[in-house]
Design a protein around this ligand. Structure first.
Ligand SMILES: [Zn+2]
Length: 848
């Protein structure tokens, strides 16, 4: 009996589970445990015609301690596999659920070699008529070639590309050999450093190449911009920004740039701001090549984006997360480093204010909704990894990391990061590996701290209790902190409570360690005009203002002398508006009164954004026509007053987005027709495109002629194609709009995701809300397919564009019905829907 049982157990162990769909964590563990010293030799032949298939050949070399089954990821139909050879001989294999499986008997202990000929899938190749580029994050390399598509099987890649004559190519490695005979271009690239599949990349096509030398290093910029003046205006700044980021990072980390050569590629309508492929960063062209009218925010955003992607060369590329549940780490470090890098180059900017305004509003936007998710979440299968990305990773995590640096101390924190990067160079590490390194450098319990901030979702809710004596002097001020999700969580953090007095602002530092915190040094302090618990924007939470402070700020916010305190007051008031502490009308009254006196460009930008949002999403519809004349007047006056083109651009954009009076819309139309010039504000093609779109959605009588004329006068072919795609979504004819939506059911029509998101946003514009209700249910029904077929941000952007303009009870009911009828819907997608519908549901509660 015993021996029989043993034999059965052994048999069960030697026939492993089929891998199933996607890449499960158990499959990844199995492979990472078995496979070592992995190298890929890859060759792709790219035809002239976009619809002809890309042919490929992959040779994988790796070590095994013992014969072991090999499961490769290749998410294509079986017939895309042409041949499989192991050790030089044809070999039988299984093919199911996007996996190509070889039995252990086809392998041996020691070195193994597999050679596979295949047809590459197009999904992650982003093929256009004149160019293509790969985008494999998080686990999409498997769509293009057979591989181990997981971050902890790093490999060295040797790539060769065979492309149409006249095309440029760029990849992670340097070009080692170029052959241009027989009407084709064949390029062999040098072997790369060890990289995970999601960082392996190439681009090929009709690109122009700019080259520069900085600090002895050659940098190249590939682009497709047709406006030579625009390139000339931007190129030196773009190279300088990369060079200074590299120098700063080498100094901070004490580790030289590891990937030998440094190129970047500007892609029109790229899905993200940028993607940090080692040695070959991809950027969204519009984020890097700025128009003359660029705002100060856009200049800063560009510098931050470049510093962000460059930081990834250390954080993410050199040391990579073991599994995608820790993808947030590389993002937070890239953002964190970017802030440190960019700040000295913009000495005129208030960086604490910038940190506040670029992180808090977006993080709160998710964390206040029922769709809030923790920073670090379990991830059972990589096919769900895309849903991890969002404001919690990009905006909340930097706030959390700043708190961590405060606890550990700047120098100890930097030294910890150096140790972490050095220890895990060219390898993988988890968040807990870093916590361990940092924990050794501080007396605090970082594991407990990490639990509340990193492993759990949501934010604390703060209220204040003031005890005053008979003379109105403060006797005691207490912060009360509560977990709105009733888990009893405590978020240890540092705050600076601001007290406003006629003579100025006084800040008192407070350390929160429990559910109440007494603010020190307040005894017999004169009664302040207001108390702003998050004075310098250091803490994180929902800060409900006391009655006196709220009233004071609504009446006198503009009197606060310091821009950072004003910025924090705006952010706090916005949260209090959404908590129904006062009305959208009161908020817009404050905007109309305070905005003309706001001198800080960052605050102006933020308030313009809030005003637009309050106007379209919160103000009762019947109040729009009543309030819009005053708003238009403030915006036009701001435009006239603004001293720089960047400020003018900010005021103009807000006017363009809000304008509703016949006079306002008429003026906008004359500007678009170039009959009116705005002194100091030159317009480029993208500006005129947006104007035409905003005029069309307002259904000016000549809307169709305007769209056609804009299409005709658009020169840049990529922008022209995008505009032609978006046009039907702008039509006044509801049937045309329904057809515009119906196109999205076909994958082929969803390939250019920014085009789709822009179309969807216009279909659901607040002015078309009633008609657009019919799109809600089908949009939600398509979401699962969109997650399966699209890039990582697409599900969130799709949902946001579908839901964020809606406010009716019918729309809310449609979303609720959908969630109630689709109980099996994936949890992550439910969170995505709940986040985007957060404000819709909030509106519903208020009308109840
Ligand atoms: Zn990033």
């Amino acid at each position: 009996m015993l021996s029989l049982l043993l034999a059965t157990t052994l048999a069960a162990q030697s026939v492993p589970e089929p891998p199933g769909r996607g890449i499960s964590e158990s499959l990844a563990r199995e492979r990472a445990g078995a496979v070592s010293n992995l190298r890929y030799e890859l060759a792709f032949v790219i035809p002239v015609e976009r619809r002809d298939p890309v042919q490929g050949r992959a040779t994988l070399r790796f070590g095994l301690r013992a014969p072991h089954r090999i499961v490769l990821d290749f998410a294509q139909p079986r017939d895309h596999v042409r041949s499989v050879r192991a050790g030089g001989a044809d070999v039988a294999f299984d093919f199911a659920d996007g996996h190509l499986t070889l039995p252990a008997s086809a392998t041996r202990a020691g070195d193994n070699e597999l050679a596979i000929e295949f047809v590459a899938g197009d999904e992650a190749l982003n093929r256009n008529d004149e160019f293509l580029y790969t985008l494999f994050v998080p686990a999409r390399a498997q769509l293009a070639f057979p591989c181990f598509d997981q971050p902890d099987l790093k490999a060295r890649y040797t790539l060769s590309l065979d492309v149409p004559d006249g095309w440029q190519v760029v990849a992670n490695g340097a070009e080692a050999k170029v052959d241009t005979s027989q009407g084709r271009t064949r390029v062999a690239f040098a072997q790369t450093q060890p990289l995970p599949t999601y960082l392996f990349a190439f681009a090929a096509g009709k690109f122009s190449v700019e080259t520069a030398t900085r600090n002895g290093r050659t940098l190249r910029m590939f682009h497709r911009e047709t406006d030579a003046a625009k390139v000339a205006r931007n190129r030196d700044a773009v190279f300088d920004l990369h060079a200074s980021a590299l120098t700063w990072l080498e100094d901070y980390t004490r580790i030289p740039y590891a990937f030998r050569k440094f190129d970047f590629v500007l892609i029109p309508s790229f899905q993200f701001g940028g993607m940090e492929h080692a040695g070959a960063i991809l950027y969204n062209a519009a984020s890097v090549l700025l128009d003359q009218s660029a705002t100060q925010n856009q200049l800063l955003d560009r510098a931050s984006l470049i510093a962000h992607e460059t930081s990834h060369m250390w954080f993410g590329d050199l040391v990579t997360m073991r599994w995608f549940n820790d993808v947030w780490m590389k993002e937070v470090f890239a953002n964190f480093m970017a802030a440190k890098i960019v700040n000295p180059s913009f000495p005129q900017v208030n960086h604490d204010l910038r940190f506040l305004l670029s992180n808090y509003p977006q993080a709160y936007q998710i964390d206040r909704t029922p769709g809030a998710n923790p920073i670090r979440q379990p991830l059972a299968n990589l096919n769900e990894a895309g849903q991890l990305y969002g404001a919690i990773i990009y905006q909340k995590a930097p706030i959390v990391m700043r708190q961590l640096e405060l606890i550990v101390g700047e120098t100890a924190f930097r030294d910890g990061l150096r140790e972490y990067l050095k220890t895990y160079s060219f390898g993988n590490a988890t968040w807990l590996d870093l916590v361990k390194i940092l924990d050794a450098r501080t007396p605090q319990n970082l594991a407990a701290w990490s639990h509340a901030w990193v492993e759990e979702r949501g934010r604390p809710e703060f209220t204040t209790t003031i005890r005053a004596d008979t003379l109105g002097r403060v006797v005691q001020l207490t912060l009360n902190i509560r977990d709105p999700l009733q888990r009893g969580l405590v978020w240890p953090q540092r705050l600076r409570v601001a007290f406003g007095f006629p003579a100025g602002v006084r800040e008192i530092p407070v350390t929160v360690t429990g559910s109440t915190a007494r603010v020190p040094k307040t005894a017999r302090m004169a009664r302040p005009l207001y108390i702003l618990p998050n004075g310098s924007g250091l803490g994180y939470g929902l800060f409900i203002l006391d009655e006196t402070s709220r009233q004071y700020l609504l009446q006198h916010l503009e009197d606060i002398p310091d821009p950072l305190t004003r910025g924090s007051a705006w952010v706090t008031l916005w949260d209090n508006l959404l908590e129904s502490q006062f009305t959208p009308g009161q908020f817009l009254d404050l905007v109309v009164r305070a905005l003309p006196r706001e001198g800080d460009e960052q605050n102006i930008q933020r308030v313009l954004g809030y005003a637009t949002r309050a106007f379209w999403s919160y103000l009762p519809v019947e109040e729009r026509t009543v309030r819009v004349p005053a708003l238009e007047a403030v915006l036009r006056a701001g435009l006239d007053r603004a001293g720089t083109s960047s400020l003018k651009s900010a005021w103009f954009s807000a006017f363009r987005d809000i304008a509703l009076t016949p006079a306002g819309v008429g003026w906008l139309e004359r500007v678009w027709k170039r009959e009116e010039k705005i002194a100091g504000l030159p317009f480029a093609e993208p500006d005129e495109i947006v104007m035409a779109e905003e005029l069309a959605v307002r259904e000016v009588p000549a809307w169709r002629e305007i769209l056609q004329a804009q299409l005709d006068r658009t020169q840049n072919p990529d922008r022209k194609a995008r505009f032609a795609f978006v046009m039907p979504a702008l039509s006044r004819d509801p049937a045309e709009r329904e057809q515009a939506f119906a196109r999205f059911r076909m994958l082929e029509n969803r390939r250019r995701e920014p085009w789709v998101v822009e179309s969807l946003a216009y279909l659901n514009h607040p002015l078309r809300e009633a008609h657009a209700r019919r799109f809600i249910r089908p949009s939600l029904e398509l979401l699962k397919e969109i997650q399966r077929t699209g890039d990582i941000f697409f599900p969130t952007r799709w949902t946001e564009a579908s839901l964020s303009s809606h406010r009716s009870t019918e729309a809310a009911a449609t979303v609720q019905d959908f969630l109630a009828s689709e109980l099996q819907y994936p949890q992550r997608l439910r969170w995505t829907i709940l986040s985007s519908a957060g404000e819709l549901f909030r509106n519903l509660e208020k009308t109840k």
